[in-house]
Design a protein around this ligand. Structure first.
Ligand code: ATP
Length: 225
């Protein structure tokens, strides 16, 4: 098969609690640099890494992703993980996507923190059977360490890890939740419609029962999700 005839699809997996410009920025740069026809945004369902009660309902997270990507025709929301009752393992998600999208090369897009965790993910070899990995630098580590990490993984597994050339936006979902909790601005960190959604449904507010990160479980649970 002529490899050039294959379409290229990016996979942007995340909790997206909430989605922010850091996610959108790395997905858009991956699309441009690797000639991706589409990027699928896949919110986690039952995450093996995060406690379920600490995560906003899949309904709200999907709604926020939809609003964030609605003006980019290359970006799509994929509910494959949130609609499944099973634990969301990346290798299984990629296997299913590979069955659905034939004649397609998959590129998994992630930030540097996930790159450093990669070896602890379930079945890393199986993940790499299905995709290449595009990694964006993120402030947590020194840039030199980031490139060393990519070289190490390329040696340990196959030559399947590529750095993304993208501006480094120091934004995280945790920071956004903290800001909302303490009544600070989130403007310019998330798309305007996402902010409006958060305000409408009182997500991440401080009143009511709070967990240790100050997130308002009661209001979230009372929401539509
Ligand atoms: P939290 O703060 O709750 O841990 P997060 O901001 O890291 O969340 P996730 O939904 O967990 O967001 O991230 C999905 C993917 O996007 C991960 O691979 C993560 O490394 C990457 N990512 C998130 N924010 C950025 C950013 N600002 N720059 C580069 N990559 C990012």
């Amino acid at each position: 098969m002529d490899e050039r005839a294959m379409q290229r699809i990016g996979i942007m997996g995340g909790t997206f609690d909430p989605i922010h410009y850091g996610h959108l920025m790395i997905a858009e740069n991956a699309r441009e640099q690797f000639g991706l026809e589409k990027v699928l945004f896949i919110p986690t369902g039952h995450s093996p890494h995060k406690q379920e009660q600490d995560v906003t309902s899949p309904f709200h997270r999907c709604q926020m992703v939809s609003l964030a990507i609605e003006d980019n025709s290359s970006f799509l929301l994929d509910r494959i993980e949130v609609d499944s009752p099973d634990i969301s393992y990346t290798y299984l998600t990629l296997e299913k996507i590979g069955e659905y999208y034939k004649n397609t090369e998959l590129f998994f897009i992630l930030g540097a923190d996930s790159l450093f965790d990669f070896e602890s993910w379930k079945e890393p070899e199986a993940i790499l059977k299905h995709c290449s990995v595009l990694a964006a630098y993120r402030n947590h580590q020194k840039q030199e360490k980031f490139f060393q990490r990519i070289a190490f993984l390329n040696q340990k597994y196959q030559e399947k890890f590529f750095p993304l050339n993208t501006p480094n936006l120091e934004v995280s979902s945790q920071d956004i939740r903290n800001r909302l909790q303490s009544g600070r601005t989130i403007r310019y960190l998330v798309p305007r419609k996402v902010e409006e959604y958060i305000r409408t449904y009182h997500l991440y507010e401080g009143e009511g029962s709070e967990d240790e990160t100050g997130r308002n479980r009661k209001k979230i649970e009372k929401g539509i999700g």
